[in-house]
Design a protein around this ligand. Structure first.
Ligand code: GDP
Ligand code: MN
Length: 390
C-alpha cells in the first residue's frame, strides 16, 4: 500500500528523522495561505502515488505566496505523467507546501525488503537526487548495499560504515548513524516494504533532513495496523482496483487487451506467460481466489468487462474447492446482465467440469471452451483476430 509524501514524512518525523516544516493544501487559496505561513520562500510539491515528479513539473521552488497560488492553480486537477505513473498519469488532488531549505549535498537512502535474501536491505549513495536511476545504471559502484541480519538487527558499526561511505564526517556523520538506525526501526515497526528518502540532504546549516520520502506498506501486515486503510487516497487508485478490493478480489491492470480471470497467483502468472507466448497481451488479471461463490465470480467478471481496454476475456480456473458449474453460472449471469458480446474463452478443470462446459455452450454467449491452457490461449487469439478482420 502506498501513502503520500507528507504522510511518509509524518511517520519519519515520529522516528526523529528531521523533515522540513510543511502543510497540505486542497485548494489554491490554501496553497497561498500556507506559503505565507512559510514566509513566501517555499517549495510546492504535487502529492501523487509516484516519484519522478521533479522532472515532470510537479515540484517548484517559489518566492512569493502569489506565485505559490498560481502554481497551485496550475497543478490542481492536472495529470502528472512520470516514468513511475505509466502513460495514463496521476491526477493532483493534494499539494504539499514546505519551507525552502538550502541544500549543500543530496544523498540517496532507502531500505527495502530484498526478496532474494529475505532480508531488509539498506541502499545508500552519495549521489542522490532526481538522477539516481542514472547513477545506478552508469556507476553502480557508487551505490552501497547492506543486507541486514534479522537476528542481530542493524548494528551501529554497520550504520557508521554507510555514513562514512557517504563521505560524512564529524557530527553529521554521527547524526547519520542515528538516522539510519531509526530508519531501520521504522521499517520494522511499521511493516514497510520500502522507505525511500531521495534526497536525504545535508543543509547549508549542517543538518541532515529528509527532503522527499516514499513509504510502501506491506499489505500482508495490514492486520497489525488498523489505521493504515484510513490513510489511503482513493483518488490515486484505479476505480476498478477499489471495487475489486470491496469483494476481496485482487485486480491488476496491465496494458494489453485480453481480460483474464483466474484463481490463484501461480495460475495467474502461468496464464499471463502462456497468453504472451501465443501473441496475446493481457489487459489485466483478476484473481478470484480459492473458495469463491457464484456472486463473487459474477462481480469479478463485471469488473473485467468495465476495463475499457478489454476486447476479449480469457478465464482460466481450476475447480478444486470451487465447482466449475458455479463458475459457469457466475460468468453467464454477469455476461448476460451487461449484454457482453465480446469473445470469451473458458478453460476450466476440476469438479463438475462437464456440467460447467455444458452450461456455457448452451448460454448463447460468444464463448468457446479451451481444452487446456495452450488450446484456450490460441482460441482467444484466433477469436480476437477474426473480430479485427471482420
Ligand atoms: P521527486 O522528483 O518526485 O523525487 O521529488 P523530490 O521531492 O525529490 O523533489 C525533486 C527535487 O527538488 C529534489 O531532488 C531537490 O533537489 C529539489 N527540492 C525539493 N525540495 C527542495 C527545497 O526545499 N529546496 C531546494 N533548494 N530544493 C528542493
Ligand atoms: Mn525524490
Amino acid at each position: 500500500m502506498n501513502i503520500h509524501e507528507y504522510q511518509a514524512k509524518d511517520i519519519l518525523n515520529g522516528y526523529f528523522i528531521p523533515v522540513p516544516r510543511g502543510r497540505v493544501a486542497l485548494t489554491a487559496d490554501q496553497v497561498e495561505r500556507a506559503a505565507k505561513e512559510m514566509g513566501g520562500h517555499c517549495v510546492i510539491k504535487a502529492q501523487i502515488y509516484a516519484g519522478g515528479r521533479g522532472k515532470a513539473g510537479g515540484v517548484k521552488l517559489v518566492q512569493h505566496p502569489e506565485q505559490a497560488q498560481e502554481f497551485g492553480k496550475e497543478l490542481f486537477g492536472k495529470k502528472l505523467i512520470t516514468p513511475q505513473t505509466g502513460p495514463e498519469g496521476l491526477r493532483v488532488r493534494r499539494i504539499l507546501i514546505e519551507e525552502a531549505v538550502e541544500i549543500a549535498r543530496e544523498f540517496y537512502l532507502s531500505i527495502t525488503l530484498d526478496r532474494e535474501s529475505s532480508r531488509f536491505c539498506l541502499i545508500a549513495s552519495a549521489e542522490g537526487g532526481i538522477d539516481i536511476e542514472e547513477v545506478a545504471r552508469n556507476s553502480p559502484d557508487k551505490i552501497h548495499l547492506l543486507n541486514i541480519d534479522p537476528f542481530t538487527g542493524l548494528q551501529p558499526f554497520q550504520a557508521r560504515k554507510i555514513a562514512i561511505a557517504l563521505g560524512l564526517t564529524g557530527t553529521v556523520c554521527e547524526d547519520c548513524v542515528e538516522l539510519i538506525q531509526n530508519l531501520y526501526r521504522c521499517a520494522l515497526e511499521k511493516d514497510c516494504l520500502l522507505i525511500e528518502i531521495n534526497p536525504l540532504v545535508e543543509t547549508k546549516a549542517g543538518w541532515l533532513m529528509a527532503m522527499d520520502a516514499k513509504i510502501n506498506f506491506d499489505d500482508n501486515a495490514m492486520f497489525r495496523h488498523r489505521e493504515y486503510p484510513d490513510m489511503l487516497d482513493y483518488s490515486q487508485l484505479d476505480p476498478l482496483e477499489i471495487s475489486a478490493g470491496k469483494y476481496d478480489l485482487s485486480y491488476i491492470k496491465l496494458t494489453g487487451n485480453v481480460g483474464c480471470m483466474v484463481n490463484g497467483a501461480g495460475l495467474a502468472m502461468a496464464t499471463l506467460d502462456v497468453l504472451k507466448e501465443f501473441g496475446a497481451e493481457p489487459a489485466n488479471f483478476l484473481d478470484v481466489g480459492g473458495g469463491s461463490t457464484r456472486e463473487k465470480v459474477a462481480e469479478a467478471f463485471k469488473i473485467i468487462l468495465q476495463d475499457c481496454d478489454v476486447r476479449g476475456v480469457f478465464v482460466n480456473i481450476f475447480g478444486g474447492i470451487m465447482r466449475c458449474d458455479v463458475i459457469a453460472q457466475g460468468i453467464i449471469e454477469a455476461a448476460s446482465e451487461v449484454q457482453c458480446r465480446l469473445p470469451i474463452v473458458v478453460r476450466m478443470d476440476g469438479s463438475t467440469v462437464e456440467e460447467g462446459k455444458k452450461l456455457l455452450l448452451e448460454s448463447g454467449l460468444n464463448v468457446q471452451i479451451g481444452e487446456n491452457l495452450g488450446d484456450g490461449a490460441s482460441k482467444i487469439v484466433a477469436m480476437l483476430l477474426k473480430k479485427t478482420v471482420a
